[in-house]
Write a protein that binds this ligand. Structure first.
Ligand SMILES: NC(=O)c1ccc[n+]([C@@H]2O[C@H](COP(=O)([O-])OP(=O)(O)OC[C@H]3O[C@@H](n4cnc5c(N)ncnc54)[C@H](O)[C@@H]3O)[C@@H](O)[C@H]2O)c1
Length: 420
């Protein structure tokens, strides 16, 4: 059967299949949902367009959605995060249309988004809202046919909320990111580990004894700070939110402005979802050899055009390290072109954490297919029963048993009469 696709090399498929199998071993929640989907076929015949990082974990999600009956087309949500062997395996072994090539240029990236949209999806699944925004700008003809969508990440949810507030959102989207079984684990432990992993793979530098600046103390920033500190770095946090800054102080980190931190940091990692967090005035203060990276969704957190402007010479000194030489002889190094360092220089989040994030995606897709949207175009929360179900299955898969409320406790916790 011919599967329409555009991937780098189909000959990589068998290597990709082994890596997908390896990931599957750490994804028991998705396996349990796959069994349920095979029996119940909640997505029978539904065209589903997905724009996600094309990794081994995403491949497992695609297999599960297919087991539920979906007809899938997948493209990349970032030009540098595609694992070419995984893309090939999905086409060859699973018969899934994939449009993704690692390192694709901007034009190809958007051509691939359009190729997915050409399949006229009834459900959209985004990581960063690029499918949704393309439907709302260039492909409005598709809007009426869409039942709903899901969104994986903080930045995507922010974009969608802004669309909803301005009255331009055309169909309902479930904010998967906001499920507890997503951001409490994926953003914190997933981004924490994989970001530090990306930095180490890219540089092979020692974190112990270094000064490591984390910008943004949200769910991701907490994880990055925790893991960098665990490897012996002195962590400095920069923030704009007083509550988050206070939390970082009480968690034991130094909190200061980027102006101050710029002069002392060895490593800088932005995870804010904001733009130009590191900019010209900061580059001007940095030490020779400073290493800069980003783990926020878009490549706008480090103002690269300003750094390029300051540089008298640039060279690729290691695979994922670009060195910018400044006129005074200082060298500033940028990892992975300022794109998500954990996906570009490492393999993204470990499978066992994506197990929960993607369980939310799978169950929310089934929920939308079963119930339609039943209401106005809004950003919807993940139904709480889905969150609890995922936590229960995950705990069971880890062999962890927890207590249940006694009838007396249940009564106590739902009453107001009993005091001291
Ligand atoms: N690398 C990954 O795999 C991965 C995974 C999940 C989320 N993300 C992305 O990471 C980013 C952060 O996500 P999150 O869930 O931690 O978001 P969050 O909203 O919980 O945290 C972001 C924090 O950054 C702070 N901030 C904003 N502008 C700032 C500035 N100029 N200087 C310092 N701090 C600033 C905010 O006050 C907030 O506390 C988003 O873009 C999200 O999409 C990446």
């Amino acid at each position: 059967m011919h599967v329409p696709a555009d991937v780098t090399d189909l000959a990589l498929a068998s290597a990709g299949r082994k890596r997908i199998e390896w990931a599957a071993q750490a994804m028991p929640v998705l396996a349990s949902i796959e069994d349920e989907f095979r029996r119940e076929r909640p997505l029978e015949g539904v065209a589903l367009g997905a724009c996600l990082h094309v990794t081994t974990e995403t491949a497992r999600l695609m297999q599960v959605l297919k087991a539920g009956g979906a007809r899938i087309a997948l493209c990349a949500s970032n030009p540098l995060s595609t694992q070419d062997d995984v893309a090939a395996s999905l086409v060859v072994h699973d018969g899934i249309s994939v449009y993704a090539r690692r390192g694709e240029d901007r034009e190809t990236y958007f051509n691939h988004i359009h190729a997915v949209l050409d399949t006229r999806p009834r459900l959209t699944m985004d990581d960063g809202a690029d499918l949704v925004s393309t439907i709302h700008t260039d492909r409005r003809d598709l809007m009426e046919g869409v039942l709903g969508g899901t969104e994986e990440t903080t930045t995507g949810v922010i974009r969608l909320r802004s669309m909803a507030e301005k009255g331009v959102l055309g169909y309902p989207i479930i904010a998967v990111n906001d499920a507890d079984t997503k951001h409490l684990f994926d953003n914190r432990y997933g981004t924490g580990q994989s970001t530090v992993d990306g930095i180490i793979r890219a540089t092979n530098r020692l974190l112990a004894g270094s000064t490591f600046v984390v910008s943004g103390y949200g769910w991701c920033g907490r994880g990055v700070a925790m893991r960098a500190s665990g490897l012996g770095a002195r962590v400095i946090v920069t923030e704009v939110d007083p509550l988050r800054a206070l939390e970082a102080v009480m968690d034991g980190y130094t909190v200061t402005t980027m102006d101050e931190a710029a002069a002392v940091g060895d490593f800088f990692c932005t995870v804010t979802g904001d733009m130009h967090v590191l900019r010209r005035e900061h580059f001007e203060k940095m030490k020779d050899g400073a290493i800069l990276c980003n783990s926020g969704h878009f490549d706008v957190e480090i103002e690269l055009p300003a750094l390029a402007d300051l540089a008298v010479q640039r060279r690729q000194i290691r695979k994922e390290v670009e060195e910018f030489l400044l006129a005074d002889g200082r060298r500033i190094n940028v990892l992975a072109e300022g794109r998500l360092v954990n996906l570009a220089a490492a393999e993204g989040h470990p499978s066992s954490v994506m197990d929960m994030s993607f369980a939310n995606q799978a169950l929310c897709a089934a929920h939308l297919a079963r119930n339609g949207h039943g209401g106005s175009p809004r950003v919807l929360p993940v139904p709480p029963e889905i969150d609890r179900k995922i936590a229960r299955i995950k705990l069971r898969s880890m062999g962890v048993v927890i207590d249940s409320l006694t009838p007396e406790q249940e009564k106590y916790l739902s009453s107001w009469e009993m005091g001291t």
